[in-house]
Design a protein around this ligand. Sequence first.
Ligand code: NOJ
Length: 485
Amino acid sequence: MFGKFSRRHFAKLAGASALGVATAPAHAAAPATAGQPASFPQGFVWGTATSSYQIEGAVNEDGRGRSIWDTFSHTPGKIEDGTTGDRANEHYHRYKEDIGLIKQIGAKAYRFSIAWPRVFPDGTGAPNPKGLDFYDRLVDELLKNGIEPFATLYHWDLPQALEDRRGGWRSSETSKAFADYAGHMAARLTDRVKSIFTINEAGRFVTFGYGLGIDAPGLKLPDADVNQVRHHVALAHGLAVQAIRARGRAGTKVGPAENLATCVPAFDTPEHVRAAEIATRELNSGFLGVILEGKYTDGFLQYAGSNAPKFTAEELKIISSPNDFVGLNIYAPQFYIAASDKPPGWKMLPFPASFPHMSSDWLRVGPETIYWAPRLAAKVWNIENIYISENGTSSEDKVSADGQIYDLDRIMYLRNYLRQLQRATSEGVPVRGYFLWSLMDNFEWIYGYEKRFGIFHVDFATQRRTPKLSVDFYRDVVARNAIGV
Ligand code: NOJ
């Protein structure tokens, strides 16, 4: 019976009815009442984000050392489209042009990362003056353009030398080396950089890099070792906080940028919300929890059993050195949580196969995640200042015949997520700013250049940057500090 209708035919009919061509009464299309723009708090920080290996290129220039991502991306079969970050966006040379893009958006903040092997080619020892100069120039250019720099110290590009010499994050020597590097950067930059993110997404690179072998350095270690690696990363964070306080200007703000395991209550009833709070605490105990509480939860330790990390009381003290803010990278709902009669009092619900996602399979669409994740985190750990250190989506956007890039799915995603973020701030959840990932298309790790997360399109053959339609969308949000009309 349906054979008569082709898919195209169906889409045409559906489109026609959306245009009001079908039989619906004319008045049905009119909005009931005009809405109000939903404002964000005064002084809310609007920004975009990138990271060093994903955009800089120039991997062999001016004395930069190798990173584990250079090695990994050059290993055949590791990157889906066979590419590397060797050239990437050539940002090392085009940074002025790229800062011009930020200006076009009107955003007043920019989160970038510093490539550790560019400033310490060997991981430790003598710094590389030319590497340091680059970040000086970048920061100065940002400030000249009225854009506040937010620097991330570790966005996964560990010096290969440390992997070779010390087994990378398998050794707490790497945690100490990170603290030295952090202190050095703080001394150098905090006359101009007021906010520093220590470590980006331990939740991903520890598991994917050291457990599953999917990210650099591509290891598949047993659970006990992975837990130890995570502990060393947490220790690195704590030591870095201390080093930044010791060597940076007074008043420098510091915190992690973590992709916490996002829990969303199955639906909004007090018992499911409570269950999601408990789940948030338990599922994040291995990194964010231990940083914010100074201990691993009993649940975490019981679950890990004999694979639990080995640690001292002194280490826990260092790890939990107070932060000024917590950065949360929020993309997708990871767990829908329901209350349960059985211990531990909550359960994860299975996702149906039909759950919608964006062009990256893992990127499920759940706008409410950006409402619940900061709300639950603030409640569980008493956090006073939160940044959404990343949020955004890939899209299969192509340049149309008219030269435009109509990334309507990205706009749909951002509009819905920002609505929910506004809901959070209007209820007093302490979110102080938002960094859209990403300023421009770039090297999306194991996907190479196939997944485009930018609001500026990049033609990687010519290095031409072109604004997508979402630039107009975001510029409007930034200018009005509000969403909706
Ligand atoms: C989080 C990571 O920090 C970033 O490097 C990556 O590109 C985005 N997620 C998108 O996957």
